[in-house]
Design a protein around this ligand. Structure first.
Ligand code: DC
Length: 221
C-alpha cells in the first residue's frame, strides 16, 4: 500500500458483466477495504423513482421526485449500501428485468447523476470513519473519471461480449448488456470511458482469482 496516509482509494470502472463486482468484493475482503457498488446506487434510485411513478422520457419531472428522497449508508460486512428514506431494497428488486431495462436511461439523466455525485464522494469519509477499513474500493462507470479522478489506483476492466453474456446467464439474469453499454458509453453526462492513465485489465481469459491476484499485486507492490 504505497499511500503514506495509510488510506487508499481504489476506482474500478468497466462495462456491464466485466467482473467489476466480484473482483471488487474479493479485493475488499483481501485488503480490508470498504466496498461501494455505484451500479447498485443507480439501480436503487431507479427502483425508487419507478415506484414514485417517474418516467425517463420526462426528465423535467425528476428533480421534484428526487427532493423527496433522503440518502444514507448502511454498512453490511465490508459493503456500504445505499438506503433511501431509511430503506435498503432487496437485491432481487434492484436486479429485476424492469430495473435492468430502465437503469441506463435514468443514469443518463443529469439531475440523477448530480443527485448521486456528492453522496458517492462522501463515501470516502464514511470509510475513514470506520477504523476497521484501510481504504475504499468503489466500482462503476465514472469513478476514475468523475467521482475520484485523483484516486490512488484506477483500474478499467473489460472482457469480450461472449464471456460477459455467459456470466450474466450464469447469474440467472435477463439483461441486454450490449444495449446498456451502448447507452452508458454514448450519453453526454459522465459516459463510460477508460479514464486516461487507468490500468486496463482484460478479465476474459482469467478466472476471478487471477484477476484479483493481478490487481492486488499492483496495489500492494
Ligand atoms: O454495474 P451495473 O451493471 O449494476 O450498473 C447498472 C447501471 O448503472 C449501468 O447500466 C449504468 C449505470 N451506472 C452509471 O451510469 N454510473 C456508475 N458509476 C455506475 C452505474
Amino acid at each position: 500500500m504505497p499511500n503514506s496516509s495509510g488510506f487508499n482509494i481504489i476506482a474500478v470502472d468497466g462495462g456491464a458483466a466485466t467482473g467489476k463486482s466480484s473482483t471488487s468484493r474479493a479485493i475488499a475482503e483481501r485488503l480490508n477495504l470498504m466496498h461501494v457498488d455505484t451500479g447498485a446506487h443507480y439501480r436503487t434510485l431507479t427502483y425508487a423513482l419507478l415506484d414514485a411513478g417517474a418516467d425517463s422520457e420526462t426528465p423535467e419531472a425528476i428533480p421534484a421526485l428526487l427532493a423527496s428522497l433522503a440518502l444514507d449508508t448502511t454498512i453490511k460486512g465490508r459493503s456500504a449500501l445505499l438506503s433511501i428514506n431509511g430503506h435498503v431494497p432487496a437485491d432481487a428488486d434492484i436486479r429485476s428485468p424492469q430495473v435492468n431495462a430502465n437503469v441506463s436511461k435514468f443514469a443518463a439523466i443529469e439531475s440523477v447523476r448530480e443527485f448521486l455525485f456528492n453522496y458517492q464522494r462522501s463515501q470516502a469519509q464514511v470509510a475513514r470513519d470506520h477504523a476497521e477499513f484501510t481504504g475504499l474500493i468503489m466500482e462503476g462507470r465514472d469513478i476514475g473519471s468523475v467521482i475520484f479522478p485523483n484516486a490512488d489506483f484506477r483500474f478499467f476492466l473489460f472482457a469480450d461480449e461472449a464471456t460477459r453474456a455467459a456470466r450474466r446467464a450464469k447469474d440467472g439474469q435477463t439483461d441486454s448488456i450490449a444495449e446498456r453499454d451502448k447507452l452508458d458509453s454514448q450519453r453526454k453526462a459522465a459516459p463510460l470511458v477508460c479514464p486516461e492513465g487507468a490500468i486496463r485489465v482484460d478479465t476474459g481469459p482469467l478466472p476471478l482469482e487471477g484477476v484479483v491476484e493481478h490487481i492486488c499485486g499492483i496495489i500492494t507492490a
